[in-house]
Design a protein around this ligand. Structure first.
Ligand code: BEZ
Ligand code: FE
Length: 311
């Protein structure tokens, strides 16, 4: 490693000196690129040529592209020193606000649409299969296993809503024994983990297992829209961009069954005021679910079937 590094430094130090074709060729063979010193014009090539010859091929490809796009971006906007400092300061503050419970960098990726892009590219499914969307930061593993029809709303707030449907395969056949892991905010727009001192543990969360015909049913509340955590650098960025921090009302679902691709998704309330401007771009047409008034308008019902495919 050390020797390889010295070789490259040595090669760079000789730039501008006369070298025989054979010498240049032998250096190329050991991966020593004959690049000049840094310049604005050759910045990408100079930086990328520093990578060793033996590194992982995927790492080389990703980093080459990253450097190339980063430099192109800086050149495109003629990035000023003050702007660069502001960006460094933003990233520093984002790191400082991170904790076990708070991940500002994922939030940043979310509001850039990057989380949704990565999710979409990594979960391309055939037409008819249920689409994925972002998992979000509020998922908690091992929620209580509940019985068909149980109520997940433990704080007594909100408008009662029956969520029901089936987990089926692409041919419409019910999948027995599928697990549906669900979570949502409460009527005040907070997840239980955001208010551990005021909400009951596991409020608006639970796992359900489908019956013979693949059916599921549980009671919860009609979801309400809520802001993503906006008291940190990402919130300031949204405000500077004149963007609101709200997510349209949704219920989270993680559906799994042996032999099928896991689905991480939400169902959305279609008439939510933020349905077309989700702060994290999670809405997809196929995920907008019906929410109908039932029982003399005292309750809601939302029917949604999840279509699973094999990997
Ligand atoms: C959520 O839906 O829980 C969520 C997703 C992305 C960022 C913040 C919250
Ligand atoms: Fe959510």
């Amino acid at each position: 490693m050390q020797a390889d590094y010295r070789k490259r430094v040595f090669a760079n130090s000789k730039i501008g000196c006369d070298q025989s074709g054979a010498e240049v060729e032998s250096k190329r063979k050991v991966g020593v690129f004959m690049m000049g010193y840094f310049s604005e014009e050759a910045s990408v090539e100079v930086v990328n040529s520093r990578m060793g010859s033996e590194i992982d091929a995927r790492l080389r490809s990703v980093m080459t592209s990253l450097v190339s796009h980063l430099h192109a971006f800086a050149k495109d906007v003629e990035l000023t020193q003050a702007e660069w400092e502001m960006a460094i300061n933003f990233l520093t503050k984002s790191g400082q606000i991170c904790s076990e419970e708070r991940q500002e960098f994922i939030l940043l990726s979310d509001v850039f649409g990057l989380s949704m892009l990565v999710d979409s590219m990594n979960n391309r499914r055939e037409a008819g299969a249920t689409e994925n969307t972002v998992r979000g930061p509020f998922y908690v593993k091992n929620a209580p296993l509940r019985k068909m029809g149980d109520n997940i709303s433990l704080d007594g707030k909100g408008e009662s809503c029956l969520f029901e449907g089936a987990v089926i395969d692409i041919n419409g056949k019910g999948i027995k024994g599928a697990t549906i892991d669900v979570w949502s905010d409460n009527a005040d727009g907070f997840y239980d983990v955001q208010q551990p001192d005021t909400q009951p543990k596991w409020n608006n969360r639970g796992r359900f297992v489908t019956d013979e015909g693949g059916h599921y049913a549980f009671l919860g509340i009609k979801p309400v829209s809520y802001p993503i955590p906006d008291d940190g650098p990402v919130g300031k960025l949204l405000a500077a961009l004149d963007r609101h921090p709200y997510r349209p009302a949704h219920m989270h679902f993680l559906v799994s069954a042996p032999g099928y691709e896991e689905i991480v998704t939400h169902t959305f309330v279609g008439d939510d005021p933020y349905i077309s401007s989700d702060a994290v771009f999670g809405v997809k047409n196929t995920l907008v679910a019906p929410f109908d008034r039932v029982n003399g308008d005292t309750e809601w019902r939302s029917h949604f079937d999840f279509v699973m495919v094999k990997p």
